[in-house]
Structure formats: structure tokens, C-alpha cells
Write a protein that binds this ligand. Structure first.
Ligand SMILES: Cc1cc2nc3c(=O)[nH]c(=O)nc-3n(C[C@H](O)[C@H](O)[C@H](O)COP(=O)(O)O)c2cc1C
Length: 216
């Protein structure tokens, strides 16, 4: 936040909101969460973020498992050069938006493995006060979206991060299924609809706005 002191009015006036640095971090096996993360990146830029990084979580599954799912195999081959997240991205960001599929109501091991490398940052207090928010997908309408986000948020709580859920802060959220924990979608192999896109964009903008206020 940038202030100008006005001697005559004897008050401080906010002139320019601080522009938070935003990392959008996703794991995706078949593209759904990549799409959600892409929309979040667009919205963060539209909301006035200073800089936005879109990074994927490194694939760690054995090739034998990947080869058994043609969609997964195709996604991995097409995105092998897409930039992967590292610890510097976490330290750099003021706000972090995650997008992750469910795995039996939990986080994918790929994302959990990345979190398991953050102990050094955590013990140095470098993850405290990060502004965070999460999005997710599952193959079924009630296949574990909320529990996956709660699994994500448990780690955020241990970091001392500041979770910004969408709640019911905009009518568009009801059109997207009304998940107050984070934007979520039933993944069916198709690009999620505009109702989901709107919810993602609202959530990302809200996260950037909150980060701007907290960094002031
Ligand atoms: C090991 C495994 C476990 C899964 N568990 C569930 C589940 O419990 N409920 C569900 O609805 N979908 C489940 N899914 C489906 C994924 O959540 C779905 O493929 C994912 O949300 C698609 O996101 P992506 O395209 O970004 O990879 C599972 C998929 C895998 C591979």
C-alpha cells in the first residue's frame, strides 16, 4: 500500500493498492485443473496482480501407471516442458492459488510430495502469512471435492497461511454448484463451463484483492 500524507486534512489516503505477486500452482493428470489454473492466472492479472506465475507440480507417477490411461499419457507427453513449481515460487509469492484433483478425497501424492519438501521454508517462517486459496475437481459431483480442499487447507493452516475461501461472496458461486470451500467441478473430460469459469475468476480476484489489502 502506498500512502500520501495530507497535512491539511491530517489523514492518510490510500493512493495505490500494493500489487501482490501471485503463484498459481496446479497438479493435473488429464487437463481439468490445468484449465482451472489457467483461468485463475487470467483473473489474477485482471485483478491487478504485480506478476503471476503459472506452474505445474512435477509428475512423479511411474510410467507404467501413466501408460494405462491414454488421457493421462497424452497430457504428460504434451506438457513435459511446462514449467514445474519449485520452492522459490512459494517463497516469492504473496498469494498462492492451488488447483488439484481429488484422489479418494485427498490430495494427489504428487502435490503432497511437493509439500513434503517445504519443511525448510516452513521452519524459517517463510510460508507464514501467505494468502492462499484452493480449487479442485472429482469425477463425480460429490466425489470428494470438499474433503480434498480441506486436506489442502490443513497444510496451509500448518504453514500459518491465510486462507481465502470464496464462501458465498458472489451470486456466480451458486451457479457453479455453491461450494464455499473453493471452485470445484465434476471432471468429465470436457472443458468446464462458463459457470465454473466465473466462479474460478471470482475466487482468484478475491484472493488477489485480499493479498493486496494484507500487504498494504
Ligand atoms: C487414483 C485416483 C483416485 C480418484 N479418486 C476419486 C474419487 O474418490 N472420487 C471422484 O469423484 N473421482 C476420483 N478420481 C478422479 C479424479 O479426481 C479426476 O480424474 C480428476 O479430478 C481430473 O482432474 P485432472 O483432469 O486435472 O487430472 C480419482 C482418480 C484417480 C486416478
Amino acid at each position: 500500500m502506498f500512502y500520501i500524507y495530507n497535512e491539511r486534512l491530517i489523514n492518510f489516503k490510500v493512493l495505490i493498492m500494493n500489487k501482490p505477486k501471485v503463484a498459481v500452482i496446479f497438479y493435473s493428470a488429464t487437463g481439468t485443473n490445468h484449465q482451472l489454473a489457467h483461468w485463475a492466472m487470467e483473473a489474477a492479472k485482471e485483478a491487478g496482480a504485480g506478476e503471476v506465475r503459472l506452474k505445474r507440480v512435477q509428475e512423479t507417477a511411474p510410467q507404467q501407471a501413466i501408460d494405462q490411461n491414454q488421457d493421462w499419457k497424452k497430457y504428460v507427453e504434451e506438457h513435459k516442458d511446462f514449467p514445474t513449481v519449485n520452492l522459490d515460487d512459494l517463497q516469492w509469492a504473496d498469494a498462492i492459488i492451488f488447483s488439484t484433483p481429488t484422489r479418494y478425497g485427498n490430495l494427489p501424492s504428487q502435490l503432497q510430495a511437493f509439500f513434503d519438501t517445504t519443511g525448510g521454508l516452513w521452519s524459517a517462517g517463510k510460508l507464514a502469512n501467505k494468502v492462499v486459496s484452493g480449487m479442485t475437481s472429482a469425477a463425480n459431483p460429490h466425489g470428494g471435492q470438499e474433503t480434498t480442499l480441506m486436506s489442502l487447507y490443513k497444510t496451509m493452516i500448518h504453514w500459518g497461511a491465510i486462507i481465502v475461501p470464496p464462501g458465498y461472496t458472489d451470486p456466480c458461486l451458486f451457479e457453479a454448484g455453491g461450494n464455499p470451500y473453493g471452485a470445484s467441478v465434476k471432471a468429465d473430460g470436457n472443458t468446464p463451463g462458463d459457470n465454473i469459469k466465473n466462479a474460478v475468476k471470482h475466487q482468484a480476484k478475491r484472493t488477489v484483492e485480499m493479498a493486496g489489502k494484507l500487504n498494504g
